[in-house]
Design a protein around this ligand. Structure first.
Ligand code: UDP
Ligand code: MG
Length: 345
């Protein structure tokens, strides 16, 4: 268990509701790998999903009840501004034996919400799922089948994806960039319907990653990964929480978090530009000596100069991305703050 765990556990025994900040100094030697009485943990991040939660509850619990395995569902309320937390509270009251709720004080993003749940899961097998019903809960047994067949990481890929053309095309581009810059191989990185064996989750928790992309991080720890096609539905209600800006940020996390290739490609490109510029200088110097002073070509020079300046700016931005992430790791500030945890022990 992580260090604050003991303190929390004591308080859970004394009451259903406890209030604690999250501490994130992990001691790798004490992360639990002991056999747990719970077979399955379902992890669901929730951000402004009041319209989807009632349908999710109605579809998810029967699927899990029918499995005949012990299970728990951990919802992380990621700073929702709507009634999501009220609905989660009611659900916890209705099914306290299998429902746990982590309530963040603010919005820290989907992957941090999943991370907070990972730090507290008790199951031997962990499944992540979106709250908006784009990942049908009825597909969970499919993933479990693969896990039972001996795989430690089972990624879903969306068959017949139900998203806008823009999202689908953007995903393809990012898939391509990831394939060529990292050694992470997966068909559909955006699909959050995934199953993991416990040791992978323990490794993710120990990594203490900040700006991360969980499916990719998990893949890097997997020994025997597999993939399975899963149905994809349209968002049941509401709109995606990802604006273009947030999508770009998330995909920066994916690429910069797993590879230095962008920096290396940039350096190679800068070297090619330098060689070209050097050649240009030689040509211009030769003309100055053999042809004499010339006025023509000024705008061409400007064109070349502006191009090189813009390339330099991209390079500085790129370096900044890495430095910013390094800074966040070095600063070691707590990554999220838990306002409250609802669970029964
Ligand atoms: N989510 C979250 N925090 C955020 C954004 C999203 O917990 O800041 C949750 C959201 O409630 C949903 C899942 O992450 O359960 C996927 O989000 P969304 O459906 O908006 O993403 P999309 O399917 O469009 O990629
Ligand atoms: Mg969605």
């Amino acid at each position: 268990m992580w260090k604050a765990g003991k303190r929390e556990a004591k308080c859970f025994q004394s009451g259903i509701v406890s209030r604690f900040p999250a501490f994130h100094i992990l001691d790798p030697s004490v992360v639990s790998t002991a056999s747990s009485p719970i077979a399955l943990s379902i992890v669901i991040p929730v951000y402004n999903e009041e319209l989807n939660l009632p349908v999710l509850f109605a579809r998810l619990y029967p699927v899990l009840d029918a499995l005949g395995r012990t299970y728990e569902i951990i919802f992380t309320n990621d700073g929702s501004a709507d009634r999501s937390i009220t609905l989660l509270r009611a659900q916890h009251a209705a099914r306290p034996e299998v429902t746990r709720v982590i309530d963040f004080n603010a919005n820290y993003g989907q992957h941090m919400a999943i991370m907070a749940a990972f730090e507290r899961v008790q199951g031997e097998v962990i499944v992540t799922l979106d709250a908006d019903l784009q990942n049908p809960p009825e597909e969970i047994p499919k993933l479990l089948g693969k896990i039972d067949a001996g795989h430690d990481y089972v990624g879903g890929y969306r068959v017949d994806r139900q998203d806008s053309i823009f999202r689908t095309v953007a995903s393809r581009l990012i898939n391509y960039a990831r394939e060529h810059t990292t050694n992470i191989r997966m068909t559909d990185q955006g699909c959050m319907l995934r199953a993991y064996r416990r040791p992978i989750i323990d490794a993710i928790v120990q990594s203490g990653a900040i700006n991360t992309f969980i499916p990719a991080l998990a893949y890097s720890f997997a020994g025997h990964p597999a993939e399975v096609g899963v149905r994809h539905e349209e968002r049941h209600a509401g709109a995606s929480n990802y604006s273009l800006y947030r999508l770009i940020r998330l995909n920066f996390d994916l690429i910069t978090g797993f590879s230095l290739a962008p920096l290396q490609y940039f350096t190679m490109f800068a070297m090619a530009c330098s060689a070209g510029s050097f050649l240009l200088v030689l040509i211009l110097a030769g003309r100055r000596i053999f042809v004499g002073p010339e006025e023509g070509g000024l705008f061409t020079l400007f064109g070349i100069l502006f191009f090189l300046i813009s390339v330099t700016m991209v390079g500085i931005g790129l370096i900044g991305e890495y430095i910013g992430r390094t800074y966040q790791v070095v600063r070691a500030r707590q990554r999220y703050h838990v306002r409250e945890i609802l669970e029964r022990r």
